[in-house]
Design a protein around this ligand. Structure first.
Ligand SMILES: [Zn+2]
Length: 533
């Protein structure tokens, strides 16, 4: 080692010790909180110092001076929480800056969210990043390319395989998105038109993300017993990972519906076996017994919506076809536990907050006809006010609890409009699963919502309270942190976040947004297999 290098190394070492750090000035010191740093170590009482957008110091008794001190005695001090799967467009795309603070998330202490999930993310990542950056947003955004967006761009809604030229165009779009900084490829193979894609097509397209260092993040083809079944679907995901050569991540892992409830141990065994064989397999999960879906997606057979709303209505009008649709709808209804397990949650309708069973009784209709009435009304309606959203009560505690305890499972909200998980997932998990039912402990909850998630998505210098990392920091009051939203009142903000810093800037202060839009679009550096290299 040269003398210069040795000196540099010594200097770097000294900077980490208190002696040299004491000469420095921090912007903010969060003092005396119980620090959960996002890793596997034990929590400890200490200080976190922030300067600019970075963490300057984490440890006991900070020797630094600061312009501002936050007393965090008795508080949880953790990395800003990370949401592995979310649908925040209502907020982050709003023309109103007050909405773009992204309060449903920031008021839970969430600083970073994964977007473009379920196959819906645009492949125009650079464009997306430029627009979000220009407008400003309250949380960091980590974009994924959506297989569905790519497929639709090339094939529309068609239920067919691409020809060679079309497949090449799809691959090129994924390559472009990866080169522009996406973290990976998301799919939602449950949803048409993505469901029309065969496994081989998905592998071919996913490989473009794989060779550029991306992961495969999937709302799998079947979480229930709709088509290939939950186990068959898990096998498909594992196969895609193996053959495309990339890490695979199950979005909102669950056993959905009466046919597969209780299968969590089997699914976990399949994933454990793959992990033992060297495959990189992880998952995220939301802490709710009801999934969010739509009447259309949960009841109608996939083929009946092929080609879009107009074609669907044509099939409804054709008696023999409609008879076939009804037969399949009946099966799907049974799978979902019946109309009493479907809560209608689209806001502003006669049926908001009622079950499909209740609405059918009120209309003196068979439940299938009540569902078709809403679906048809939606299909005929020009405005974007969609009436068919449901909370579908289809999971059991035993499965949810067991998935939650796996070291490869992290927290996600899947937060979509009208389901309380958008406003309350992290607070709900803390209140129900940590405090009330003791399914996991507090340190596990925080690790699953910070460091572990950052590892899965390979977020650069995020997810941990460490010197030199970005200053995404949450100060949470353990006695007040709680959800306020429920299924019938899904849009109540959670409470108990004392402070949230995003990139070093105060974003939430005592349960109120400051108005700061400090979020960034977190792009990965261009991988080797890109034009610039
Ligand atoms: Zn999904």
């Amino acid at each position: 080692m040269t003398r210069l290098k040795t000196a540099a190394l010594m200097l770097a070492t000294t900077l980490l010790t208190g002696a040299a750090a004491s000469a420095q000035q921090a912007d903010v010191i969060i003092k005396g909180g119980t620090i959960y740093d996002g890793g596997t170590g034990k929590p400890f009482v200490g200080d976190v110092a922030i300067k600019g957008d970075r963490i300057l110091y984490v440890g006991p008794d900070s020797p630094l001076r600061a312009a501002q001190t936050v007393d965090a005695k008795g508080m949880i001090v953790s990395p800003g929480l990370i949401d592995a799967h979310s649908h925040p467009d209502t907020y982050i795309l709003s023309p109103d800056a007050k909405v773009r603070v992204n309060a449903p998330w920031t008021r839970q202490g969430v600083s970073t969210i994964l977007v473009g999930v379920d196959g819906y993310g645009t492949p125009d990542i650079a464009d997306y990043a430029a627009q979000r950056t220009k407008a400003g947003v309250g949380t960091n955004l980590v974009p994924m390319i959506g297989f569905g967006a790519v497929r639709q761009h090339v094939l529309g809604q068609d239920a067919r395989a691409p020809d060679a030229a079309e497949l090449d165009r799809m691959k090129a779009l994924v390559a472009k998105g990866m080169c522009e900084g996406a973290v990976g490829l998301s799919t939602g193979l449950f949803y048409p038109p993505q469901s029309f894609a065969k496994t081989e097509e998905v592998i071919a397209v996913a490989r473009e993300a794989a060779i550029r260092g991306g992961l495969y993040d999937t709302h799998q083809r079947d979480e229930s017993s709709y088509t290939i079944g939950l186990k068959g679907s898990v096998q498909e995901v594992l196969r895609i990972g193996r053959e495309a050569g990339m890490p695979v991540h199950f979005a909102h892992i669950k056993a959905l519906g009466v046919d597969v409830q209780g299968q969590a141990p089997k699914i976990i065994a399949m994933i454990e076996a793959a992990r033992k064989a060297g495959q990189d397999v992880t998952a995220d999960q939301y802490p709710w017994l009801a999934s969010g879906s739509s009447l259309e997606a949960s009841l109608l057979p996939g083929w009946s919506v092929d080609g879009g709303a107009k074609k669907m209505l044509e099939r409804f009008a054709d008696a023999p076809t409609m008879a076939r649709i009804r037969t399949e709808m009946e099966k799907n209804m049974r799978r979902r536990g019946g109309p009493g397990k479907m809560l209608l949650i689209s806001a502003g309708f006669d049926w908001t907050g009622k079950t499909l069973e209740q609405m059918a009784a009120a209309w003196h209709l068979d439940p299938l006809d009540a569902a078709l009435k809403i679906i048809t009304q939606d299909a005929n309606s020009d405005d974007k006010h969609y009436g068919g959203a449901i909370a579908s009560f289809n999971m059991i505690d035993a499965d949810v609890d067991l998935f939650m305890k796996q070291p490869w499972v992290v927290t996600s909200s899947d937060g979509s409009d009208g389901h309380p998980r958008q406003f309350a997932t992290f607070a709900e998990k803390y209140a129900q699963y940590v405090q009330k039912r003791h399914v996991i402990d507090l340190a596990t909850f925080i690790r699953q919502s910070t460091g572990r998630t950052a590892d899965i998505y390979r977020l650069d210098h995020r997810g941990y309270l460490r010197s030199g990392y970005y200053a995404d920091v949450a100060v949470i009051d353990p006695t007040h942190y709680a959800p306020r939203a429920d299924y019938v009142h899904p849009r109540e903000l959670s409470v108990g976040v004392r402070q949230l810093y995003v990139n070093g800037r105060l974003t939430v202060d005592s349960d109120a947004n400051t108005g700061t839009l400090a979020g960034r679009v977190l792009l990965r550096p261009a991988p080797k297999a890109c034009p610039a290299h």
